[in-house]
Each structure stands twice: as C-alpha cells, then as structure tokens.
Design a protein. Structure first.
Length: 253
C-alpha cells in the first residue's frame, strides 16, 4: 500500500455535490445540509474552499457585508454551530469545523470529495473516461437555486470548465467519426451557452453531416435571434459565411 492509499484509508471523507442542488452524503443518503440557512451556507463555503483557512473577515464580507462587528460574530457563531451539528453524525470524533487565529476551516483530517473538484481536474489534464465521468456526474450549475453573491465567481468557473470539457469531448468524437456523440455534445454546448458562436457553428456542421441542412439553417436563425435580442449584435462574418455555404449546398463535410 502506497502512502496516498494509507492516508485515504485513515481519513474521513466528506462526499459533496456542488453541481446542481447542494448535498452531502450521510449514512448512504444525500442530505441537503443544515436547515438553518447560515449554517448551510457556511458549510457550502468551507466545502468549496476546503483547501483554505478562511478568515473571519472574508466570511463577514461574503455573508453579512452590511452588519457591524458584534452582529457578525454572533451570526458567525450560530452558523458554525449549525454546520458543526450537521456534520456531527458523520464525524462524531472530530470537531468538524475549527477556528484558529480568526480563520475557519474543516478539520484537517476531513477529505472533501466533490463533483466540483472532479470537474476542475477533468478540465485540465484528464483522460476521455475521466472527462466523460465528470460530465455524467454534473447535475447542473454550481449551487443551483442559491443566490448568494459569493457563489457567482465559482458558478462562472464551473460553467467554463464544463464547456471546456464538452468542447474537448466533441473534438474527440468528431475526430473518431462518431457523429452522433459529437452532435450530442454540440447540442449541450449550445444549450449551456446560447451565444457561443463556435458551438453553434459546430452544431451546424454536424447537422449537415447528418443530412439535416434545414435544421442547420434553423440553428443559425435561432442564434441570430438570440444575439440580437440579448446582446444587440449580429452573428460574426465566419458564422454568416457558414450559413451561406450551407444554404448554397457548398459546404464540404
């Protein structure tokens, strides 16, 4: 047994879903977190930044930017108590959330295994199987249904990582000649980012390869309407040229 295997065998693993509705696994079941809102949000924050010890001031700015010091401390204590109570059944021998030097973090013996971390890892240097697994594990946007401002940067990062993986999978499927799989990935890319012109062009080309020129032209029309309505712009010259080539049956696939 190597050192990494030894470490994992003696640590406590917290399995977390951050993509889609937040949940963690306890006794084989997925739980939505503490009922108390601030306790749940603190747990979400610490899980998302589990490699860091988060200063009290950072948490205050994230959760209660308009409150004074005493009010913040009181609310933070309540949030920590709620999060600790939620994790007590998972880690009864640990003080799951620790405070040292004015900073908060999960206990160092707790290993977080999250779909978000798997997504980020797969978006860097991953095998096809790892990328496909990350896509399959994703249940939606980061912390779906939540509206806290501190979540937005991570929501954007997760969306970008997911798009990057889909693009790489679509590239690989096209290169291998698996048009159906490439088309599925292209459709998902467009669904996630309607303004993504490169994804729209990919989808148009693939539809033509499937003998669906009318659907490819409809895709251009849908893109053009979206860009005009939401961004007040037109499709790029490259996208228009592709549309014209398809309309004239001049595209080579």
């Amino acid at each position: 047994m190597d050192r990494n295997t030894q470490v994992l065998s003696i640590t406590n693993v917290l399995h977390v879903r951050c993509l889609g509705a937040f949940a963690y696994r306890a006794s084989g079941e997925w739980c939505g977190g503490p009922a108390f809102k601030s306790g749940r949000e603190l747990l979400q924050y610490l899980v998302s930044y589990h490699h860091l010890a988060v200063p009290r001031e950072t948490l205050a700015d994230a959760f209660w930017p308009d409150l004074d010091g005493d009010s913040v401390i009181h609310r933070l204590h309540l949030a920590v108590s709620g999060a600790r109570a939620a994790l007590k059944s998972l880690f009864p021998r640990l003080d799951a959330i620790q405070c040292r030097g004015g900073s908060y973090a999960l206990h160092s013996d707790i290993v977080v295994a999250s779909d978000m971390d798997a997504l980020f890892s797969a978006s860097r240097n991953a095998t096809m199987a790892e990328m496909e697994a990350a896509v399959a594990a994703s249940n939606g946007e980061y912390m779906a249904g939540e509206r806290a401002e501190w979540m937005y940067p991570l929501r954007v990062r997760c969306a970008q990582a997911f798009l990057s993986i889909l693009e790489r999978l679509a590239d690989a499927a096209e290169e291998s000649g698996d048009v159906d799989k490439a088309l599925d990935y292209a459709l998902r890319l467009v669904e996630i980012d309607r303004a993504h012109e490169a994804a729209a062009r990919r989808l148009m080309r693939l539809l033509v390869r499937c003998g669906r020129r009318g659907a490819a032209l409809n895709e251009f029309d849908e893109l053009a309407r979206y860009l005009k309505r939401h961004l007040a712009i037109e499709p790029s010259a490259q996208t228009k040229a592709l549309r014209d080539a398809i309309a004239q049956s001049a595209i080579v696939v």
